[in-house]
Design a protein around this ligand. Structure first.
Ligand code: CA
Length: 253
């Protein structure tokens, strides 16, 4: 059997993922001991009615972090059997997970987005805010340098793969998450020409969910995407400028 390309493998593995963190477990409850359950579903009912559950946070960044960690834990387990070397990234670095296959490195990054809901409670078909694909003014802009928080220069990757986790916020359930879905895509294919933040140096994805699923971004080719966003007038703040000077000095030694 031909070996699967990492993106196909990730699609297959993510297709099997079910969102499992359903609540925060609280140590004390109010029920009789021993607590007996027939199966997983029954255990959930009993822990819930036995007052052992606290809801997951509904604040977007806090909930996104729980989702990200859950997906990466799942991938580390599932991919351990495939012929990849896996390395987990740091919390604020890029990428979240690195796959090494033969001599090729692939950057895998998890991004989480909430579905937008209209005032009348109907999904609009868009993400609540534009997904950030990359920070534009550091490793993306200077791709041949190894930036802090990265494993290697951006340009050394054989491929970049995003796992876009989409969910609808359910304030009535402890799990908070409904209609969970993972879209596996190469970032340039879902990229837009718009930034995802006006104050931070972030470049954004298209916000239409059907287009995210279909990989219909606003660029015809990968080269077009990189050219457009590397020409963007990114702001280089003091910290980034200092880092850049350090790297350039080291490179010319
Ligand atoms: Ca991430």
């Amino acid at each position: 059997m031909a070996k699967m390309e990492p993106i196909d493998l990730l699609r297959e593995v993510c297709g099997r993922y079910r969102f499992e963190p359903i609540a925060i477990f609280k140590k004390s409850g109010n029920h009789k001991w021993p607590l007996k359950a027939r199966d997983e579903a029954d255990l959930v009912v009993k822990l819930d009615s036995g007052d052992h559950f606290l809801p997951l946070p509904k604040e977007p960044a806090a909930l996104a972090n729980i989702i990200e960690v859950a997906i990466i834990d799942f991938l580390m387990d599932e991919l351990a059997e495939a012929n990849f070397e896996l390395t987990r990234g740091t919390e604020r670095g890029y990428p979240d997970l690195e796959l090494k296959s033969a001599d090729r490195h692939f950057a895998v990054d998890v991004k989480v987005a909430r579905r937008a809901i209209s005032k009348r409670g109907i999904p609009t078909g868009k993400t609540d805010s534009r997904i950030t694909l990359y920070t534009g003014n550091t490793f993306f802009l200077y791709p041949t340098h190894k930036w802090p928080g990265t494993f290697r220069p951006f340009a050394d990757y054989a491929g970049h793969i995003d796992l876009i986790a989409l969910y609808t916020l359910d304030t009535t359930s402890a799990a908070r998450v409904r209609d969970f879905e993972i879209v596996v895509a190469e970032p340039w294919r879902i990229a837009s020409t718009k930034r995802s933040s006006t104050t931070r140096e972030y470049l954004g994805a298209v916000d239409d969910i059907a287009r995210l699923r279909a990989g219909q971004g606003e660029f015809a080719t990968e080269a077009e995407f990189y050219t457009f966003w590397r020409k963007h007038p990114w702001k280089i703040g003091k910290a980034v400028a200092n880092q850049l000077h350090k790297m350039l000095a080291a490179a010319t030694k």
